[in-house]
Design a protein around this ligand. Structure first.
Ligand SMILES: *Cc1c(COP(=O)(O)O)cnc(C)c1O
Length: 363
């Protein structure tokens, strides 16, 4: 019998979320960010569902290769840029645009004179201090790119926000994003080219940062990283439902302890269910007792440690539950953000962590 653990990917939710992004940023083109295997949802599947996007953003040339092999002809942008000179012919062969964030890349592009011009996204470090040219180096980098035969004329100017999930309005909220916008505006003032600043959180909460191109990832999968919110609060729908089934129901006596390290003690004689999912499937091991799942559509709590293949559930609220009953770990009705909060992380990490033994189903 096949393991009953599955991740259902709702392509209608992906499309809905793209139209929601378009409604929120009506004057911007949309780069759908599909890095990390479409945030764990499956790269080709996601890209086919999001063909209405104006471009795709990836973090690896191998992902661009997969998109082209799947027959997708939209513009593709390599968000972390290329790393070596040998990547440049690949960019040309796959017709991929690249972020340029470092002087070493300028030197490589200057040498790469043979072949079609490559469209470049010049990245400004406006204050996150991860990738990008320092503000005072942007003009020179732009001028050098403009002069290169290897580089197409229509350079895009971009930055990336460190904390756009903090909106303005709350006490002191949003100061870093506001400052990053100003640094970016000053560093690029007067330079020709489209502008791109906004990730998902900025699409949701920073309308004046939408500019020419928005670059949502998480929002397209229905996930919010804004503290204390879920995608539904912004009219988004979850694109993944993670589910399994009960495979055992046991009566356990008062005082008996459940699972590895015996972290939970039955307060009374009670039924305990065993569901076929664990950290070997990508469910986070470190969620505490009390973390919710939906059993037969109703909230039920995990008790004891999540193990590699299994987890144990408090069935006192559903004493008639049977092996075979459906268990939902996240999705519609149980936001992945809730589980992420219990695990001390964000929803993105959970959906990116589903392992290969989970069966992916498209709905
Ligand atoms: C990942 C990424 C995004 C998308 O971020 P979300 O929070 O998922 O919207 C946008 N831009 C860049 C440069 C990225 O690396």
């Amino acid at each position: 019998m096949a393991r009953p653990t599955s991740a259902t990917i709702h392509t209608d939710a992906l499309r809905h979320n793209l139209s929601r992004v378009r409604a929120l940023a009506p004057r911007s083109r949309v780069m759908a960010v599909v890095k990390a295997d479409g945030y764990g949802h499956g790269l080709e599947r996601v890209a086919r569902a999001l063909q209405g996007a104006d471009a795709f953003g990836v973090a690896a040339l191998s992902d661009a290769e997969r998109l082209r092999a799947a027959g997708l002809s939209q513009p593709i942008v390599l968000l972390s840029g290329f790393n070596e000179a040998d990547d440049i012919p690949q960019l040309r062969r796959l017709n991929v645009e690249t972020v340029v964030h470092h002087a070493t890349q300028l030197a490589m592009l200057e040498q790469a004179v043979d072949g079609d011009p490559i469209r470049c996204w010049l990245k400004v470090d406006s204050g996150m201090h991860r990738l990008g040219f320092a503000p005072e180096a942007v003009r020179e980098a732009h001028a050098r790119l403009r002069a290169m035969p290897a580089v197409a004329d229509d350079i895009v100017l971009m930055n990336h926000f460190a904390s756009s999930d903090e909106f303005e309005g709350k006490a002191g909220g949003g100061a870093q994003t506001r400052a990053q916008m100003q640094v970016f505006a000053d560093a690029t003032a007067g330079l020709a080219g489209a502008r791109s600043l906004a990730n998902s959180a900025a699409v949701l909460g920073w309308a004046d940062a939408h500019a020419d191109w928005v670059r949502p990832g998480g929002a397209l999968y229905g996930i919010s990283v804004v503290d204390g919110t879920t995608g539904a609060d912004f009219g988004l729908r979850p694109a993944m439902t993670l589910g399994t089934r009960l495979i055992a129901v046991n009566r356990v006596r008062k005082g008996e302890r459940i699972g590895y390290s015996a972290t939970w003690t039955c307060p009374e004689d009670m039924p305990v269910g065993v569901a076929a999912i664990g950290y070997g499937d990508g469910y986070p091991r470190h969620v505490p007792t009390g973390t919710p799942v939906l059993l037969n559509g109703k909230p039920t709590a995990i008790v004891g440690r999540v193990s590699m293949d299994l987890m144990t559930l408090d069935l006192r609220g559903q004493p008639d539950a049977q092996p075979g009953d459906p268990v939902q770990l996240w999705g519609e009705g149980l936001p992945v953000e809730t589980i992420a909060a219990a695990a001390g992380t964000i929803g993105y990490e959970l959906v990116c962590s589903i392992t290969r033994r989970v069966r992916f189903v498209e709905a």
